[in-house]
Design a protein. Structure first.
Lengths: 432, 411
């Protein structure tokens, strides 16, 4: 049975990397044997001119992963990709992401949250498709577009909404804000405002997982880390440096590119010499996959393989998800540059509508059941807003509380006592 | 004379009062292992060769004493007997760093090292020599040349339970990691609302060396000092190098440990017992009455050389190695200012925006009433360190300038 990866046998010795010349059938290479199922370094780079954005070309490269899905469906007809429970879980997560982000927009325009708020509408399939496969101990690292990643990972909507309102009950006590969602309990490692900045942190979390297994001898430690970032980040040095290190040390990490084609107002095609991001994986010795990021089931299939690979110790994978954000880059973005035809094209591929259609057509769920879920999510989001509204704002004593894990780091004052011994110190002083 | 180390500056060589080039604390009239509580003008100078300490009756001083470096760590009483019974062992500064690192790695399996050439090569200044053979390639990780990313990787590892020691082959290279150090290392504990701690140590050699050129002669402490959430310490002797290394590794805060390229071959006798040096405390190098000289790292030796000349001229300088660059130990410093009323800061940072600039501000703010003269700050020139030997010499503060400054201050 063809799977998205037919991984070659894992070999421990370092392999000579010569991606330009390797063929797809060289089984000593430790990344997956490329077949028609995904494009690795084996396909010749088809250099075509991208002088103007061409939708059909783009969809032409959406490749055989969908073939996998189709194959599976046709081979044994009643075999579906998901069970009813899984389907409902996925649907609920998609709807939660969408409803939450829509509420954020409302709250922002009502003056309940401030600053830069980056909404995830349209990209939910990537978050749901990947994160719902993780265990609690697996880690997720995101960017500033992190609300939905946190929600998918299990951070309560109340905690995220409070954080956005800047209240003490927020997941980061109101100290992080929209772009810095963290949860120790759910292993959400941020939330980063500068792009690319979280990728090394994710690499470090994956390093810890490998270290625990090999040095601390916690034999069953197979924690995987997912790093989410966008197309703009794929031109950043940290991206390449971490691809190198992750492949070099076979770290249990999956690099998930949410290619929504736009970095604020910079089109991916105008910024990138070779816009096929998945091809950059094999350059570093890991498989590079391209998947339709508007289809949660396709994303989930690819994610299963990639996460499975990482868990088995076979190393990292680069997954490029073709997706789209329905709103502007942030709530402050007028979003004037994007072609309405492009927006319409992707709006027609709304992941929630697609899954709903799938569930109903395959008799996995009824309209009524889905409506119940939508209603439930509405209540969850309303409750989150209420909770956030009623939560207290941080007191002044919170100002300096978490600057240091060990507050002795504030030093010794003129009177010989550590500054932190003064209970009023956390209210903030100008003293150095 | 200094053997086997090409970069030793004149100041360091001048310290070698004995043929074996050992740093002998007694000969410098100081006890580098103790910072003494000085209260209300009384000075307790207990300078015993066996390193024992006299505690006074004042409970506050005793409490401050407990914060002080102990030769024997984690014992409530620093009993003289224990520190004098064992012979100690002589180590060079880089060996002391390694010993501290090795001891902490033995003590806690989560401590790991990452950096360029730290593993098989043993470190560009041999601080990690032998550690990869002992602990393995994963615990002493040779990284590719990607400072920003491997520093970030260290931060991610620290957030998820490890205790990494990240080496910058030269501190200047950490400019490439500034993004991670400022945004993540310093800030993540706070922006996560205290959920994630980052017990990372970032260390490496910096400072002006021996004609290494501008880019290899940088003083990054001045660039990092504003970053909230980090601590910075600078070591200057084998004793405090080992002590600070161990304390930094044990600390839950991110600590940047500044070593100096020219100090790696200093030799000193270290205690056999386990000890750490307090990260937040300054070190009293030479108690005195006339003027407080605040310094750190290599400039300590220029100051001590100047101190010899000053003593001959009849001055009695008090020399304090501030050691903790962020935060400043305002207690030790303040007590000294209250005693001498004159302050000279001698540092290697550039004039603009250096540690000296911050220290001047802090002292003026806190101890203005005690000053009889404006604070003098001797810093390096605001210039990319030139290659030519003569120009380089004039870039950093030399002992003669320190002598002149003290004479001026004490007029």
């Amino acid at each position: 049975m063809a799977t998205a990866f037919s991984a070659a046998k894992f070999t421990a010795q370092p392999f000579p990397l010569n991606p330009a010349s390797t063929t797809s059938h060289d089984s000593s290479i430790v990344f997956a044997k490329p077949t028609s199922l995904f494009l690795g370094s084996t396909r010749k780079l088809r250099l075509t001119s991208y002088s103007k954005f061409n939708l059909s070309r783009r969809s032409g490269t959406v490749d055989a992963v969908s073939d996998v899905v189709k194959q599976k469906k046709s081979k044994s007809s009643p075999s579906l990709l998901i069970t009813k429970e899984e389907g409902l879980e996925l649907y609920e997560d998609l709807v939660l992401g969408r409803a939450f982000e829509d509420m954020c927009a409302q709250m922002y325009y009502r003056g309940k949250m401030f600053g830069f708020v980056h909404l995830y509408n349209g990209q939910e399939a990537v978050s749901t498709g990947f994160i719902k496969l993780l265990k609690q101990q697996d880690s997720v690292v995101s960017t500033y577009r992190d609300h939905v990643h946190a929600l998918s990972k299990g951070v309560p909507a109340r905690a995220v909404m409070s954080e956005l309102f800047g209240k003490t009950t927020g997941c980061c006590r109101g100290q992080g804000g929209s772009m810095h969602m963290f949860s120790r309990e759910h292993n959400v490692l941020g939330g980063f405002a500068f792009i690319g900045e979280g990728i090394p942190v994710a690499t470090g979390a994956a390093f810890t997982s490998k270290y625990k297994r090999e040095v601390l001898k916690e034999a069953d430690c197979d924690h995987v880390t997912l790093a989410f970032f966008g197309d703009g980040t794929c031109n950043n040095g940290q991206f390449f440096e971490c691809l190198n290190m992750a492949a070099l040390w076979k770290l249990p990490i999956v690099f998930v590119v949410e290619n929504n084609l736009w970095a604020i107002g910079m089109s991916h095609l105008r910024a990138t010499s070779d816009p096929h991001i998945y091809k950059k994986g094999p350059a570093f010795g890991m498989p590079g996959i391209h998947v339709d990021g508007m289809d949660v089931l396709k994303v989930r299939e690819v994610a299963k393989e990639a996460i499975g690979r990482a868990r088995r110790g076979e190393g990292p994978t680069l997954v490029e998800c073709e997706t789209y954000r329905f709103r502007g880059h942030s709530l402050a973005d007028p979003d004037e540059l994007r072609d309405p035809a492009e927006k319409a094209h992707y709006a027609a591929r709304d992941p929630i509508t697609a899954l709903k259609k799938y569930l109903i057509e395959n008799s996995l769920a009824s309209e009524a059941e889905l409506k119940t879920i939508e209603k439930k999510i509405d209540e969850v989001v309303e409750d989150a807003v209420e909770f956030a509204d009623e939560s207290p704002v941080p007191a002044r004593s919170q100002l300096l509380e978490n600057v240091f894990a060990d507050p002795k780091g504030f030093g010794i004052g003129p009177d010989g006592r550590y500054r932190c011994e003064d209970p009023k110190f956390t209210e903030g002083t100008a003293h150095v | 004379m200094a053997t086997g180390f090409h970069g030793v500056g004149a100041a360091v060589a001048a310290l070698s009062s004995s043929p074996s080039n050992s740093f002998d604390s007694k000969k410098l009239l100081c006890s580098p292992r103790r910072s003494f509580p000085v209260r209300k003008g009384a000075s307790f100078v207990v300078d015993r060769s066996d390193g024992s300490v006299n505690l006074d009756n004042n409970p506050k001083a005793r409490r401050a004493q407990q914060l002080i470096v102990n030769a024997v760590a984690n014992k409530a009483d620093s009993s003289p007997a224990s520190s004098s019974s064992k012979p100690g062992h002589e180590l060079l500064l880089f060996e002391a760093l390694r010993e501290g690192l090795e001891e902490e790695m033995d003590r806690d399996p989560r401590v790991c090292v990452m950096g360029e050439d730290v593993g098989h090569y043993g470190g560009s200044y041999k601080v990690t020599r032998g550690l990869a053979e002992k602990f393995g390639d994963l615990r002493v990780l040779d990284t590719p040349i990607a400072e920003n990313s491997f520093t970030g990787m260290g931060i991610g590892a620290a957030m998820t339970g490890l205790r990494p020691v990240v080496e910058g082959m030269n501190m200047g290279f950490l400019l490439l990691a500034f993004n991670q150090i400022s945004n993540n290392c310093g800030m993540l504990h706070y922006t996560s609302g205290g959920q994630f701690t980052i017990p990372i140590v970032i260390r490496g050699p910096g400072g002006v060396g021996r004609q290494l050129g501008a880019e290899h002669s940088q003083r990054l402490e001045s660039y990092f000092q504003s970053i909230p959430g980090i601590q910075m310490v600078a070591c200057s002797t084998p004793y405090n190098a080992k002590g600070l290394m161990k304390a930094a590794i044990r600390s839950e805060n991110p600590v940047i440990l500044f070593e100096h390229v020219l100090l790696y071959n200093l030799k000193e006798r270290l205690p056999d017992e386990d000890y750490i040096c307090n990260l937040e405390e300054a070190e009293m190098v030479r108690p005195g009455e006339h003027v407080t000289i605040l310094t750190y790292s290599r400039m300590r030796y220029h100051v001590m050389q100047a101190a010899k000349t000053l003593v001959n001229k009849g001055y009695d300088p008090e020399v304090i190695d501030i050691r903790s660059l962020k935060p400043f130990d305002l207690h030790t410093i303040g007590n000294s200012v209250k005693k001498t009323h004159r302050v000279l800061i001698v540092e290697e940072c550039m004039r603009t925006g250096g540690i000296g600039a911050s220290l001047t501000a802090a002292i003026t703010e806190n101890f203005h009433d005690y000053l009889d003269a404006p604070i003098m700050c001797l810093s390096s020139q605001d210039v990319p360190t030139p290659y030519a030997g003569t120009l380089e010499e004039w870039t950093v503060v030399q002992p003669a300038q320190i002598v002149t400054a003290v004479e001026q201050l004490c007029k």
